[in-house]
Design a binder for this molecule. Structure first.
Ligand SMILES: CSCCC(=O)C(=O)COP(=O)(O)O
Ligand SMILES: [Mg+2]
Length: 811
């Protein structure tokens, strides 16, 4: 049975008769539809009018009238009646024109219609208005087919035989009738009828299986196959899409008909498989076509929709005979664009797609074949290290290929195979270079080059990150640099902050002041500072304890009220005057071994109160009592203070203020704990102390001389200025009240100096606490004194600060 295989090359081997359809196979459909049919329509009336009396016209008119009657009898839709012979010429012609147009609009393949069309087209061909279109691969294929002994070419078309002869006799490729052994039209039968093909084979005088029928219509191919004739479908641009599963080989060029037996055995043996395609090309004489085929119009296999590509073209077998089919097609497919100029000679209004194969019908097999070949050739195991080399090679190959391609095209035009040259030009003596580079190889090399370029690009993409790394490192380094710069700025800012006095930690400051204030070097300044801090903590604790004890003692005193009127009054005074006096009350219960600063301070008041009690005076009367009971020593101290103040150089005033400032700083911290008490007791205490100071001052006034004498003895200038100033400050308020609390180890001057120093702050207190020579007094005592002095200082500060000092001075 025919078509047992879809390998066109195998079929070709079995066939000697090539039976060809015209429209859609050798000739573009557009030429028929857009050129021939319109020409017939436009000229049918005039043709009938002018040729009405001709026998051909009479016969065709008679056939058309008969057909119309049959159609009417068969109730064919749209049938147009043709007036009888008895009708006027005009009426008959009018009816004929209408009938022809109707049939043509329906693309009827009726014999009478095709006859009339042929008659009309003949005028066009004769006038030179029409030239039959054939694809460029037609003539070479016919020539090649006919070149084999015993092989013939026949035409089977719905077009009339006359129309067929006109077309091929006056084709764009010249007179091709020399390659055609016979013509068949619908007179033998309809093209979709099996019997038609059987009749043709019979008429030809051959077996059906010796015939290969090429057509663009599947039903025609099926009818031919049914008759035992081999069939293949031809896909051309502009043809109707072929069904994807049509079980026929699909040709995109008649060049695929190249008979494998025609290859030269010598070249076949010498050439590798892919080169054998060159042999085939040469044998099929495709060089003449491929040489002028613009590459862009070469059918791109990848553009062909797979759904529209019937898988009827077998994949080329590894052997040399299977390959050429695809390769030949590629070469010949590139030709249609070349036909445009030629078609323009024939077609006044050529359609763009009447020559180019439809892109949607490119065989997928073509793509697969190319990929396979490239893969096999390249072996694709390209190492990364060869990237550049590959690129260069690819580039070179690309350039070479393009150059060679151009050269080949130009050279191929004059070096086409001998047979082709002879057939085309009739010049059998034309030189035929045997080493002409086949276009197929060029195409193949180009494919390989493209493939390598793709691979190289991929590899380059992989290499790119390596190239970008330095840039990234630079960015990172810049970022690190910026970070380091910021850190440096921060460090510098911190250093600047450190140098700012406002940011100096209090401890180092205290150390500095303590060192300056210390009378002796027995204690380390750090120890003093630590002691102050510890004392502060302890003082806070004691204050809390004193408050608790105060409450308890008050309760006890209340019970003992009858027994100690003075105590009661003292409590009254304390309650009315200042809260610290509550502490003073508590101080009575505090063991002497653990005196607190408040105890010391309170004792001043306490003593005053006690003295006033002795005189049985009340709180209001205590003031003069205090003044009266001021001990001579107190007077002495007060006097000394005044003397010191008066004798203090002005230059020292600033230092005094500085020390005072420092003291105030420390005081501020201490005030936090005692602020409430102080605020409440401020007024009363101030009043009392003012009274005491006034009293002392009054008493000291008469003895300025003594004071002056004592100054050099007790408060020598050798003492630190701060100490002197502190003494002044402290003396102004504290007076001798604190003196008894100080260990008597030190001289009074020293004690006074130390105590007064305490007013200047913790450092001063430390210095005093360092107390120089009374280390065994411990830190507690120093802290007590400190706080006491500070409290006194607070009073002084709250009041006009210079009062205690200026008053004596002014006095
Ligand atoms: C002979 S050229 C005009 C072709 C024509 O009229 C026609 O109907 C084509 O039919 P085909 O069988 O060649 O497809
Ligand atoms: Mg056709």
């Amino acid at each position: 049975m025919a078509n047992e295989t879809n390998d066109i090359s195998d079929i070709v081997k079995k066939c000697k008769i090539l039976l060809l359809d015209i429209e859609g196979t050798t000739t573009s459909i557009s030429f028929v539809k857009d050129k021939l049919f319109p020409y017939a329509e436009e000229n049918v009336k005039s043709f009938l009018d002018s040729q009405w009396e001709s026998e051909d016209v009479k016969n065709v008119v008679s056939a058309l009238r008969k057909l119309a009657l049959e159609d009417k009898e068969n109730s064919v839709d749209g049938v147009v009646a043709i007036p009888g012979e008895d009708a006027s010429k005009e009426d008959q012609i009018e009816g004929l024109v209408k009938s022809v147009k109707w049939q043509m609009s329906a693309d009827r393949k009726a014999g009478p219609l095709k006859e009339l069309q042929g008659l009309i087209w003949k005028q066009g061909y004769d006038k030179g208005d029409i030239k039959g279109h054939v694809y460029d691969d037609v003539s070479p294929a016919l020539e090649s087919w006919r070149a084999s002994e015993g092989q013939k070419v026949y035409i089977y078309s719905s077009g009339s035989v006359q129309a067929q002869k006109l077309l091929f006799g006056q084709s764009s490729a010249g007179d091709l009738l020399k390659y055609i052994d016979g013509h068949f039209d619908t007179a033998v039968g309809a093209k979709q009828e099996q019997a038609s093909y059987a009749a043709i084979a019979e008429k030809i005088g051959c077996k059906p299986e010796e015939v290969l029928f090429l057509t663009d219509i599947v039903k025609e191919a099926e009818a031919a196959r049914a008759s035992g004739i081999h069939s293949a479908l031809v896909s051309r641009e502009g043809n109707a899409a072929l069904p994807p599963a049509a079980p026929f080989p699909v040709l995109y060029s008649l060049a695929q008909l190249a008979h494998p037996n025609k290859r030269k055995p010598q070249e076949q043996d010498e050439q590798p498989a892919k080169v054998l395609k060159t042999d085939v090309d040469a044998d099929v004489k495709t060089s003449a076509e491929s040489e002028v085929t613009p590459a862009p119009e070469a059918p791109a296999a990848a553009e062909a929709p797979q759904a529209e590509q019937p898988p009827t073209v077998p994949e080329p077998s590894p052997n040399t005979e299977a390959v050429p089919v695809v390769q030949i097609k590629e070469v010949v497919e590139t030709k249609p664009a070349e036909e445009e100029p030629e078609k323009m000679e024939v077609d006044e209004a050529p359609a763009k797609d009447d020559v180019a194969p439809p892109e949607n019908e490119k065989p997928i097999e073509k793509v697969e074949t190319k990929v396979k070949e490239v893969t096999d050739i390249d072996e694709i195991a390209t190492p990364v290290c060869d990237i550049e080399l590959i690129i260069e090679e690819s580039s070179d190959k690309t350039e070479m290929t393009e150059t060679e391609n151009k050269e080949t095209k130009s050279s191929a035009s004059v070096t086409e195979p001998k047979e082709s040259a002879e057939l085309k030009n009739g010049d059998k003596d034309a030189p035929i270079p045997e080493e002409t580079p086949p276009t197929t190889i060029i195409t193949e090399i180009k494919d390989i080059t493209d493939e390598k370029e793709d691979i190289a690009e991929e590899m380059i993409d992989n290499v790119e990150p390596i190239v970008e790394e330095p840039a990234q490192d630079m960015e990172e380094l810049q970022n690190v640099g910026e970070v380091l710069e910021k850190e440096c700025d921060e460090i510098l800012s911190k250093v600047q902050d450190v140098t700012n006095l406002d940011n100096i930690p209090i401890k180092p400051l205290l150390n500095t002041i303590a060192e300056e204030t210390m009378d002796t070097d027995n204690m380390d300044s750090n120890d003093i500072v630590e002691g102050i801090l510890d004392s502060e903590m302890e003082m806070e604790m004691k204050q809390t304890a004193e408050k608790e004890a105060q409450v308890a003692e008050k309760a006890a005193e209340t019970e003992k009220a009858p027994e100690s009127k003075a105590v009661t009054e003292e409590a009254k005074i304390e309650d009315k005057t200042e809260k610290p006096e509550v502490a003073s009350t508590e101080s009575k219960t505090v063991p002497p071994e653990e005196p607190t600063e408040k105890v010391a301070e309170t004792k001043v008041t306490e003593e005053k109160v006690e003295e006033s009690n002795v005189k049985e005076t009340k709180a209001e009367e205590s003031k003069p009592a205090v003044e009266n009971d001021t001990k001579p020593e107190e007077v002495k101290i007060a006097t000394k203070i005044e003397t010191e103040v008066s004798s203090t150089p002005k230059a020292e005033d600033s230092k005094t203020k500085d020390v005072d400032t420092k003291v105030e700083e420390v005081k501020s911290a201490e005030e936090v704990a005692t602020e409430e008490k102080k605020v409440e007791a401020e007024k009363s205490e101030s009043e009392k102390k003012e009274l005491a100071v006034e009293q002392i001052t009054k008493e000291a006034e008469p003895a300025p001389v003594d004071t002056e004498k004592k100054v050099p003895e007790e408060a020598k200038p050798e003492e630190p200025k701060e100490t002197k100033e502190a003494q002044v400050n402290g003396k102004a308020t504290n007076g001798d009240a604190a003196i008894p609390n100080l260990n008597g180890d030190a001289s009074k001057d020293d004690e006074l100096s130390a105590r007064l120093s305490m007013e200047n702050g913790k450092e001063a207190v430390n210095g005093a606490n360092g107390d120089s020579n009374k280390v065994d007094q411990g830190k507690k005592e120093s802290a007590e004194v400190e706080v006491a002095d500070i409290k006194v200082k607070t009073v002084a500060v709250d009041e006009p600060r210079n009062d205690p000092i200026e008053q004596p001075t002014e006095a």
